[in-house]
Design a protein around this ligand. Structure first.
Ligand code: ADP
Ligand code: GLC
Length: 483
């Protein structure tokens, strides 16, 4: 079995969110169980310098890829087998992978990611000598056209998997784009990329792929509803048992409190008291005076999806309940401003850092008592998994992967010693505040609290179970293809 994975971001080379974590960690976990994966991503300007001493060599030249020459470079980095699509006319520019310096989408995103998908289809068709993938695994809308190019390309049919990480981002473009994609006219249809009169990259992939997966079982159900389906619920329901939810894991080597170099003090379940040192460091870093009251943290995109406006609304009540907050992330300017204003009102109790910093995310998980994730929807969520692993107790809304990975400390769960966090619904300031108070009450019972932290730390949040499920899925597809 040879797998070609396609994603627009891969940790540790480029990351804007959980997609990169998954695209970086799943191939490693699959490798451990004997499934070989090569991962294709764009060679953004930041990528090649990060390879350091490991040289990239050309394995494919594409004379004209959406308006300019491109080549595919092969490299190994951080245990990953990478195929880097080097196309300066598409990727060599300032800003992030999707947006310019001013925060607007790159105007030619359709071409940038159609090109990624087209290159994937060429590779799937055997364009790189000595590499013949038989599984194509496309992640999110940026890779959504890959299964479409395969299905409509008339070439060799590899089996394809399309994974939804977030249905809110669908890659919908003006209908004029269709003529430039190089797809046959038959692809302008319900079976192709046509989507309410525009071009849908993700929509096309969801139709064309042999199997659709998403990143938790509960999200797989939610996206079949009118509310969660974001216009694609009908199509997804039509896929029947070809839609599968497989929960994400995290890289438990990168996220390991026993060895984490970012922490002031490393610790295990046996040395939990050492977390205190990290809490003191965290207070200093966020400008809060040292105290014994609990610190609840946020490490997140500060957006509506993440329920951050709801948290802003609840801040004053939370502080009044004797809970301090360390807020870290960036996103919506209004929400950033609201948190900074909350810091202004409560300088001793609310610390705010706006930005993006991988090591700081680790230090917060290692020092805060709990992590708040009040998402309105959450396909999987990774920060609650990191929280569990670091004894930073998750306080989460009952949606998507949050509901699938945390065991709510209700009466029965506490009595039978299985709780790992607090779950609340609906996503309102009142219900969030109630959950914070319930969690604070548990914190005030040290024996109960430490038992809960230790259970979280002992929870299997690795990729081992889920990587095996992907491997089974690939195998089933190959069997089917052979019939
Ligand atoms: P999403 O991909 O929807 O943003 P996830 O929970 O799946 O949410 O993944 C978010 C990832 O990004 C996690 O690895 C988290 O630690 C990281 N992260 C989020 N905000 C920041 C930040 N401000 N600095 C560093 N890492 C962050
Ligand atoms: C998306 C989702 C998040 C998920 C991540 C990785 O960014 O918003 O819930 O954990 O993808 O699958």
């Amino acid at each position: 079995m040879q797998v070609l994975a396609v994603a627009s971001e891969i940790y540790p080379l480029v990351k804007t969110g959980g997609l990169a974590d998954v695209a970086g960690a799943l191939p490693l976990a699959l490798g451990e169980i004997g499934v070989q994966v090569k991962s294709l991503m764009p060679a953004y300007p930041a990528v090649l310098p990060k390879l350091g001493g490991a040289p990239a060599h050309e394995v494919l030249a594409i004379p004209d890829l959406f308006g300019g020459p491109a080549r595919v470079l092969e490299a190994r980095h951080a245990g990953l087998d990478l195929l880097l699509l080097d196309a300066p006319h598409l990727y060599d520019r300032l800003g992030g992978p999707y947006i310019s310096e001013t925060g607007a989408d790159h105007p030619d995103n359709w071409a940038r990611f159609a090109a990624l998908s087209k290159a994937a289809a060429l590779i799937a068709d055997g364009a790189i000598p000595g590499f013949q993938p038989n599984i194509l695994h496309a992640h999110d809308w940026q890779a959504g056209l890959a299964p479409v190019y395969v299905a409509f390309g008339g070439g060799r049919r590899v089996r394809s998997v399309m994974t939804i990480h977030n249905l809110a981002f669908q890659g919908a473009f003006a209908p004029e784009v269709f003529a430039k994609l190089g797809l046959p006219r038959s692809a302008w249809s319900l079976e192709g990329v046509e989507y309410y009169g525009s071009v849908g990259f993700l929509k096309g992939g969801l139709h064309a792929a042999d199997v659709v997966t998403t990143v938790s079982p509960t999200y797989a159900e939610e996206i079949l509803t009118g509310e969660g389906g974001m216009g694609l619920d009908g199509l997804l329901a039509g896929r029947g048992n070809r839609l599968v939810g497989i929960v994400n894991g995290i890289d438990t080597d990168a996220w390991d409190p026993e060895t984490d170099a970012a922490l002031a003090a490393t610790y295990t379940t046996e040395t939990l008291a050492r977390r205190q040192e990290n809490k003191r460091a965290l207070e200093a870093e966020f400008g809060l005076p040292p105290a014994d009251t609990p610190i609840f943290c946020v490490i997140s995109r500060l957006t509506w999806q993440k329920g951050m406006d709801v948290l802003c609304e609840a801040v004053d009540d939370i502080v009044a309940s004797g809970v301090r907050l360390c807020i870290f992330g960036s996103g919506d300017r209004m929400i950033e401003g609201a948190f900074l204003a909350a810091h202004g009102r409560h300088p001793q109790a609310v610390g705010v850092r706006i930005g993006y910093d991988e090591a700081l995310a680790h230090r917060i998980q290692g020092g805060a008592d709990a992590i708040i994730i009040p998402s309105r929807f959450e396909p999987c969520g990774l920060t609650q998994l990191c929280g569990l692993r670091y004894g930073c107790v998750p306080v989460v809304s009952r949606v998507g992967g949050l509901a699938d990975t945390v065991i709510n400390a209700n009466h029965a769960a506490v009595q039978s010693n299985v709780a790992t966090g607090t779950i609340f619904a609906p996503v309102t300031a009142k219900s969030l505040h109630d959950a914070v108070v319930r969690t604070r009450n548990l914190f005030n019972e040290p024996a109960l609290w430490q038992a809960m932290q230790k259970r979280g730390m002992a929870t299997d949040v690795s990729w081992s179970v889920s990587a095996a499920r992907y491997a089974d899925l690939y195998r089933d597809l190959l069997k089917e293809g052979a019939q």
